[in-house]
Write a protein that binds this ligand. Sequence first.
Ligand SMILES: [Zn+2]
Length: 755
Amino acid sequence: MKKITILIVILFAGLTSFAQETTVEKEKEQGHYNISKFRQLKQELPTPNSYRTASGAPGHEYYQQKADYKMDIILDDEKQRIYGEEVITYFNNSPDNLEYLWVQLDQNIRAPDAITNDVKAGGPATYYNPKKFTEEFLGKPFQGGFNIDYVRNAEDGEMNYTVNGTMMRIDLPKIMKSGEKVSFKIKWWYNIPNHVIDGGRSGFEHFEGGNNNYVIAQFFPRMAVYNDVEGWQNLQFLGRGEFALVFGDYDVNITTPEDHILDGTGVITNRKEMLSSKQWKRYEQALKSYDEPVVIVTQEEAEENEKEVSKKTKTWNLKAENVRDFAFASSRKYILDGQAVKLGDRTVMAISLYSKEGNPLWGEYSTRVVASTVKSYSAQMFDYPYHKAISVHAKRQGMEYPMICFNFGRPKPDGTYSERTRNGMIGVIIHEVGHNWFPMIVNSDERQWGWMDEGLNTFAQLLAEQDFEPGFPSGGYPKNVVDYMDGDQAKIAPIMTQHDNVFKSGPNAYSKPAAGLYILREVVLGHDLFDKAFKTYAERWMFKHPTPADFFRTMEDASGTDLDWFWRGWFYTTDYNDIGVKGIKKYKVTEEPTEKAKTLAKRYNMTADQLGKNLYLIEVDATTIEGSENTASVQDIATLNEYLSDNFSKEERASFRDTKYFYEVVFEKPGGLVMPILAEITYADGSKENKYYPAEIWRFNDKEIKKIIGTEKEITGIKIDPNQLTSDVNLENNSWPRKESESNFDSFKKEKITD
Ligand SMILES: [Zn+2]
């Protein structure tokens, strides 16, 4: 034993001398690059140019391509297949020569050889139904994906094309110059997947008795985006990163079974022929019904309709201008209702399509929710420019297209539903209808950036939900993302991550960006500056293709506020916010120069007295930290009063605040984010006051800062972010005196005693 002790002593002695040596020969500290959290985003953002300005607006040479589609579509309900012949007219508005065109074949994600199957690496799925299990493991994959019959030029000559997964390159016989247009034809068909079993964003739901509800999207070869930012969009469709699409005009004929009810993107030019005369009358009524929905195709009619399957067909014609996509829903089971919405001097129709399985929930809420959403979003961003907004009930779907979206929310078979189902359905309808603004009109590249549509939309959704029903349990509040931001760093990606590569799409693309915008509106900018800036962004990029930089820059430009620190922290890092009150010290007023003042005087070759007649604040007593009694004595106040009467007239003094107490509050910041400090101060008389310190308070010390506060009343408590507006991940250090958990227990005990 003894031997060992001696050894240890020697060892320690050795360490000590080593430590001393290194202290003596302390190396000169190394320099570092600019690590200020307030440095500008010069390296992160692209250099402004004539396409996209430094202010975040489209530049004077901004351009975008255009693609018009003429399509003849056949929906084969017997085989659950869809056939199409389309003519695409592509306009090269870019200043560049194009040697080939890229077309997106997103339906190929359903092909047996789709790479999305090969890049999945997450272990077994939660569950496999028989069809899914057979497809995945028993060598019977679903035969999905496009079958391309031909690609031909306007003169019916074959064109060379190469399919690369979900993309197809079409080789042009000659260079397509700037300003030119080219028309070509594609003929195709594919097997429609069962979206309830196979998942995905479109397909059919099968019902016993042989009926299917079709929600059809990503169903035709669509032009990829070519622009000044990415060139040709070249990210494969893996399933999560959504779509990058070109605006254009559509003229679409859709042939369905004669007994189907259909709606989709665009004006149905022959709706009257498609409805019975009774239904058409009800439709005309709905066009003027501003207060409540009118049922156009009733549940009784739909139930009658689904009993038999018609072998005849009919062809619907839909025309849409300036849309980035096209989708439709069709079934003989559909009930249809509609309501008129007044927007300025225009009327927009809110429409719902649902089968009886959705009732009574859908009849009661869907169209009313659509109408409310159109109004809320129009007020926030810009008036809804299309003539209608449709909500379609589709099991487990929540997906948006221009003018039409597919939404979940189904009551139990007996028609009852939980609060959760109701709220889920209202929330998803508001969200998906809201997507008409982001990204259907403010047309960001969803394949790259999930947050640009989902995050902005989740934020706008929150406000629209509160418009529909104050107190609605919305997501997207700052407190909703605390668990995510405080979670395992290995499973968090910065918001500025391509959408297929984020770990958790929900918080990453939806709630965290939404919470960030909420913080900007409620904490950093205030409603006036934020709302103007957000609206400006939406208006500037309406029917255009914005990038993250355009958003960041516009928000700063239109609010007159540098927000680089906010974008940097919230969007480019995974840092979290944690601010606390470390302690509070009392100060008193004295005329006795402090050491600091003496040093300053010395520098100017003066005595401290020669600095002039000054007041100094000094700490009362080191032991007064935390909860001590008030030690600011009458004498201190006397000093102050004397000083004031020496220097100011009675009249002047009458307008001064009667400041008696001086405090130094020490704020700590264990979190990596910089954030304004919201401090709620409680005084001895029970009154409260809110103090706001902008984020820039952290410029020179990222860990701890001090603030001197003079008050009339004694401070008895300070609470940081009392309304949880800043996603502070740790509330334990938010209160002074620091007795959070104890005090709850105490007050509980007290309540019990005073019972
Ligand atoms: Zn969404």
